[in-house]
Structures are given as C-alpha cells and as structure tokens.
Design a protein around this ligand. Structure first.
Ligand code: SAM
Length: 283
C-alpha cells in the first residue's frame, strides 16, 4: 500500500510533467473528491495508507487529467456563484467570468420596477445563469432555453439539485417561432457561443473537450449577438434590459449591435481580471 503523501506527490509530478499549471490544485481536488475529505493530506493524515482500489481510481483520474481532460468533468460537479452544478461531457463548464454577467443582471433587475421580474436565459447550458438568478431573486419567474440534448439533461438536474423552480425549454433560440411564443420579459440574458473561426483552431487543450455547439459563434464570433438582438428585442417589455457576456475585445462590436437595434443606457462591466466582459442595454 502507498501512503497518501507518496501518492499525492506521484500524482502531482505526473501532472507537472504534462505542463498542467494547476497540478497541485488539481491533485488536491481529486484527492478531496475520492477520499471525501476537505484536507486529505494534513500532516496528521499524510502517512495513512490508501487502499489499492482507491489508489487505482485516483491514478486513473490523474491519467485522464494528464491527457487534458477537464478537471471539472472528472469531478462531475463545479461551483458557480456559491451553488453546485453538475457538469460532464456535452455541457459547457460554468466560468467565473459568467459570475460577472449574473452580477450585471442582478443590477439590471434592481433598475426595473417589477418586483416579480420575468427573466429568460437564452443558450442556458448547465443552467448556471438561470438557476443562480432564481436562487438570488426567488420572486422572479425564470425561463431557460437550450438546444442541446446533452446540456438539457444537466440543466434539469441542476435546477433540481438547487431546488430552483424554473421553466426549461428545449429549442433553437434562433427560431422565430420560439421567440414569438415567449413574450413580455423584463430581462433577457445570454452567454451565447462567441469564439471566432480562428479561435476555434487554437483552443486550449481543456476547452477542446467542450462542445463545439457551445463555443463557435460564427466566423467573426458575433453571429449570435446580431441575430438574438434583432429577434429577441421583440420579446422584451419597454424599459426591459438585454444583457450579454462576450469574449475579450468584442465589446465595441456588441455595443454597436445593441445601439443599432435601438437600445439605450448601454453599460459595460469588467470581470475580475479587468477584461470588459458584459453589456446591458435598455429597450
Ligand atoms: C457559451 S455556452 C453558455 C452556457 C451557459 N449559459 C454558461 O454560461 O455556462 C452556449 C450554449 O448555447 C447553446 N446553444 C448553441 N446554439 C443554440 C441555439 N441555436 N439555440 C439554443 N441554444 C444554443 C449551447 O448548447 C451551449 O449550451
């Protein structure tokens, strides 16, 4: 049998050799998950033996991680805005950047007069935005629209896991019939696919495991902003807000799209890394 500490060092070193920047953190997360303890390599515990079946399982996770498979998919769950979200192949992993979009949306909700806002999250994926908004504003009526069969499974699971009573719609948000069936929203929010054709060619190893449907936003990355804005402004109440997350450097183009569609009070917000990341516009 191998001690926890020896196994930990062996795993960390495997990941480091594969140039995984977060080798120590990833090893710790895998140990926490497999041993079910928050501090699995505390000084008092580090000489404890790891049973062979468990060390085999840990080594298998480390092997997959060393091949670039995302840590979040291996663990099966990730935290967003303090809430747990199930994740796995076929669904985008919730990013800290998107917490900025939630903050921005909560600020927009405070601007509108309706205490019971009607909100829709387009391209909902894991449901991290829709579920979090419902948790933060329990009086809100929240809808989540998503096209992918795989993502929808996680979306349903995450709404249940967080006890969030939201309406989940499986459909194509670029379909006018769907838009015309969903009207009178106070808030429309979306983190649509926004990578350009060029960026899709240079994906970071981990991101390449995530679904292309969640990433590719057309050759210039702006396809969804143009089409969603033109269509979904018709589903927004007067004085309602449209909010988006976008990629680094897309803020001017997305601002123009909102202005061309008649939105006013256009406001941009930076994420924690200082990158302009989200936009809101008032109808
Ligand atoms: C960038 S991901 C965002 C997921 C989630 N909102 C988040 O912030 O983590 C975009 C999502 O849009 C979905 N999607 C792509 N095209 C769509 C379409 N035409 N209609 C509805 N959803 C679509 C993808 O399946 C993916 O889940």
């Amino acid at each position: 049998m191998v001690s926890r500490y020896a196994l930990f060092e062996q795993c960390r070193s495997i990941l480091e050799k594969k140039n995984i920047d977060s080798a120590r953190f990833d090893t710790l997360c895998i140990f926490q998950d497999m041993l079910g303890e928050r501090n699995p390599i505390l000084v008092t515990d580090k000489n404890k033996d790891v049973p062979p079946e468990l060390s085999d399982k840990i080594m298998e996770l480390v092997r997959r991680r060393s091949e670039g498979y995302p840590l979040q998919y291996l663990l099966g769950e990730w935290e967003f805005y303090g809430y747990p979200f199930k994740v796995g192949k076929g669904v985008l992993i919730p990013r800290p950047d998107t917490e900025t979009l939630v903050e921005h949306t909560l600020a927009a909700c405070r601007q509108i007069e309706n205490k019971y806002p009607k909100i829709i999250d387009l391209c909902s994926g894991s449901g991290c935005i829709a579920v979090t908004l419902k948790k933060e504003i329990p009086e809100a009526e929240v809808f989540a629209a998503e096209i992918s069969d795989e993502a929808i499974k996680y979306l349903k699971q995450n709404a249940e896991l967080n006890n969030a009573d939201i309406t989940i719609i499986q459909g194509d948000v670029l379909d006018e019939k769907l838009q015309q069936s969903l009207l009178d929203f106070d808030i429309i929010v979306s983190n649509p696919p926004y990578l350009t054709g060029e960026e899709m060619q240079e994906l970071q190893m981990e991101v390449a495991f995530e679904p292309e449907l969640a990433l590719f936003g057309g050759n210039d990355g702006l396809g969804f902003y143009r089409r969603l804005t033109a269509m979904w402004k018709n589903s927004l109440k007067i004085s309602g807000y449209l909010l988006y997350e976008f990629g680094m450097g897309q803020h001017s183009a997305v601002s123009e799209i909102l202005a061309e569609n008649g939105f006013t009070d256009i406001t941009l917000q930076k994420d924690a890394a200082g990158i302009i990341r989200t936009i809101s516009g008032k109808k």
